[in-house]
Design a protein around this ligand. Structure first.
Ligand code: NAD
Ligand code: TYD
Length: 347
């Protein structure tokens, strides 16, 4: 089976690629990635020479290139993760998100429609999406698979649009698709623009921890390895034309999460308890900031027998350990263009 994984050099994609390459020797895994600021082949050093793995550098927005690629490899299945993924960047440049997340997804769907000649059961377009498409919750309630889409940021609007196109191609052209909408991920290899790795990096460097607004925003956090496991299960056992919400029933107010992170960092860096908390700085709020995300993961829990393997405290500790033992990776991704982004976003 030829499987195309897009965005495999990014955070979640690299964990999915590694899992598939190592576990399924009978599959040929093609990782297509443009290597934007968020893509990094260092994430896949350990598997780059595996026989069933190939890396292809390319842009999902390039229609001719995508067509030629599908013509050549006749992919049986696609697991589509490539995207612009950061809300704050989407506020600065919404069009970049429309291009990659909407047009790029449509290019892949068109090429799959045209060139996929597998008439058997094992053909599938698996679209990886986010819980942010549902918009925001108040103090109570959970997002289920039937919650109406109500995106509030350019990022979530572009992901919502791509979800709709995947569904529409399924209904209109009979493409066998599956979609999953996951909560906030954290873990090794996450680019330090998102809350947890950004704050780990700042604590290491004794820099302020910029908490947006009053810090009372809530997110539902999942360890990336557990997301990769869920993707594996949905890919192999999920029903066509279904969507699955993925989350660990693990809600944290940002400020409580940051305090836990500070305590663990003090401990690991052998600093006086309370040292890192002193770096917390409340800054101007994000426009359109969603108050609360929380996933009802009952469907995947029950139908695919999936549940997270680690508690948040365990996952966070493993994550910090990874960043502390991969300082070169961290230095590599925070030099150059990162500095300009940081200045623009936080000055
Ligand atoms: P990421 O930003 O770390 O990685 C995205 C990858 O896509 C990068 O390797 C980048 O080089 C590649 N890419 C970007 N534009 C491309 C293009 N035009 N052509 C080819 N490759 C391109 O993102 P992530 O956090 O790993 O997220 C992966 C997917 O999971 C995204 O679709 C995202 O919406 C979704 N998701 C993320 C989270 C999260 O918490 N990070 C949660 C739920 C869903
Ligand atoms: P983030 O990691 O950007 O994920 P998302 O916006 O997709 O949920 O942000 C998680 C939460 O942390 C969100 O409520 C915004 C907040 N946040 C800060 O308070 N400061 C920061 O510097 C960042 C990046 C995020």
């Amino acid at each position: 089976m030829n499987i195309l994984i897009t965005g495999g050099a990014g955070f979640i994609g690299s964990h999915v690629v590694r899992r598939f390459v190592k576990k399924y020797k009978e599959y040929n895994i093609y990782n297509l990635d443009l290597l934007t600021y968020a893509g990094n082949l260092e994430n896949l050093k350990d598997i780059e020479n595996e026989e069933n793995y190939s890396f292809i550098k390319g842009d999902i927005n390039d229609e001719n290139f995508i067509n030629a690629l599908f013509f050549k490899y006749k992919f049986d299945c696609v697991i589509h993760l490539a995207a612009e993924s950061h809300v704050d960047r989407s506020i600065i440049d919404p069009l970049a998100f429309v291009k990659t997340n909407v047009f790029g997804t449509i290019n892949l769907l068109n090429a799959f429609k045209k060139h996929n000649q597998n008439k058997g059961q094992n053909r599938r377009f698996y679209h990886i999406s986010t819980d942010e498409v549902y918009g925001t919750l108040g103090q109570t309630g959970l997002f289920t698979e039937s919650t109406a889409y109500s995106p509030n940021s350019p990022y979530s609007a572009s992901k919502a649009s791509s979800d709709h196109f995947v569904r529409a191609y399924g209904e209109t052209y009979g493409i066998p698709y599956v979609i999953s909408n996951c909560s906030n991920n954290y873990g090794p290899n996450q680019f330090p623009e998102k809350l947890i790795p950004l704050f780990i990096n700042n604590i290491i460097n004794n820099k302020p921890l910029p908490v947006y607004g009053d810090g009372n925003y809530t997110r539902d956090w999942l360890y990336v390895i557990d997301h990769a496991l869920a993707i594996d299960l949905i890919f192999h056992k999920g029903e066509n034309h279904e969507t699955y919400n993925i989350g660990g029933f693990n809600e944290w107010k940002n400020i409580d999460l940051v305090k836990l992170l500070c305590a663990q960092m003090d401990d690991k860096l052998e600093r006086e308890p309370g040292t890192s908390e002193k770096l917390i700085t409340f800054v101007k709020d994000r426009p359109g900031h969603d108050l609360r995300y929380a996933i009802d993961a009952s469907k995947i829990n029950k139908s695919l027998d999936w549940k997270p393997s680690v508690t948040f405290e365990q996952g966070l500790s493993k994550t910090i350990d990874w960043y502390l033992s991969n300082k070169l990776w961290l230095e590599g991704v925070t030099s150059g263009a990162y500095k300009n982004y940081y200045l623009k976003q936080y000055s």
